[in-house]
Design a protein around this ligand. Structure first.
Ligand SMILES: [Zn+2]
Length: 294
């Protein structure tokens, strides 16, 4: 009888131990399952995050490539577009161009006016002025105007002493523009020879330099209308007279003006000039439109 009681007690103890063991196992299984599900979710999120980061990186490099492509040297077709700039017959168009700036005494007023009139222009900036007024170049660029290149010194005897000097002045000015606008990819691509690309005592050198620029994918642009604001026209009446005399019967007009420090009269004439083109159905274009990349 005593033996039977002892055996039953031992059996109960084993049952309790087994029950505890089963409970522990169940807890372990549940806990491990929860951890596994959690780990799966985390790894899924990490994978999604990696995909997202890869997408962002791909987008950034595509944008960088596109930005670089905007300023690659001009190809043959694009150079040809510049050779034919006055021959365009499809629609009336005008390129307002301002040389020798930027200057603090004139350029900001011109920019304000262009902004009010919703008109874009091309600024043939001078390297020495870019160095002095980088903020104005940045403003021109940020407001959608074209920053073209007019060399650094504007001293004919220096600049036209060799074709290499022309190229050096282009590059020096180009580097100053890059720094001013904060875009190291920028290339102005369009050059205007101080005094024009032909004629005068340096004509032969200029023709050679024009070819060297072309080989480097850089176009040169003169003008086919002008206000003579840099050469003799010292009243609004004279400026407007030169303007009306030179714009007649032209479909594609590149008009030469200046935003050098003493050219406030140019600014004062600008509302009438812009109005004339608006009244006569001209579209305002910049060198971006001639290149035609964007
Ligand atoms: Zn000039």
């Amino acid at each position: 009888m005593y033996d039977l009681i002892l055996r039953t007690k031992r059996l109960n103890k084993i049952k309790v131990a087994l029950a505890i063991l089963v409970c522990v196992l169940i807890v372990l299984i549940v806990f491990t399952s929860i951890r596994l599900v959690q780990m799966y979710k985390v790894s899924k999120n990490v994978h999604a995050y990696d995909l997202w980061i890869n997408e962002i990186n791909a987008e950034i490099s595509a944008r960088e490539e596109a930005e670089k492509a905007r300023f690659l040297p001009l190809n043959e077709q694009e150079l040809e577009n510049f050779s034919n700039i006055y021959k365009h017959q499809d629609n009336k168009r005008v390129f307002l161009t301002f040389d020798d700036g930027p200057s603090t005494s004139v350029t900001p007023y011109i920019l304000d006016l262009l902004s009010q009139q919703n008109v874009k222009a091309t600024f043939f900036v001078l390297g020495s002025k870019v160095e002095a007024n980088p903020d104005l170049v940045k403003r021109e660029y940020d407001e959608g105007h074209y920053i073209a290149n007019h060399g650094y010194s504007h001293k004919y005897s220096e600049m036209y002493s060799s074709t290499q000097n022309v190229l050096d002045e282009y590059n020096k000015t180009n580097d100053l523009i890059k720094n001013a606008i904060g875009n190291q990819n920028y290339n102005s691509l369009v050059f205007r020879f101080p005094g024009g690309s032909s004629g005068g005592p340096y004509n032969d050198l200029k023709q050679e330099a024009k070819e060297v620029l072309k080989q480097n994918g850089i176009a040169s642009v003169d003008w086919n209308a002008l206000t003579n604001d840099a050469a003799g026209a010292n009243t609004k009446e004279k400026i407007m007279e030169n303007f009306y005399n030179t714009v007649q019967n032209k479909t594609s007009i590149v008009i030469l003006m200046h935003d050098a420090p003493d050219k406030i009269l140019t600014y004062e004439c600008l509302p009438e000039i812009i109005q004339y083109f608006k009244d006569n159905g001209y579209e305002f274009k910049t060198m971006y439109d001639v290149i035609g990349r964007n």
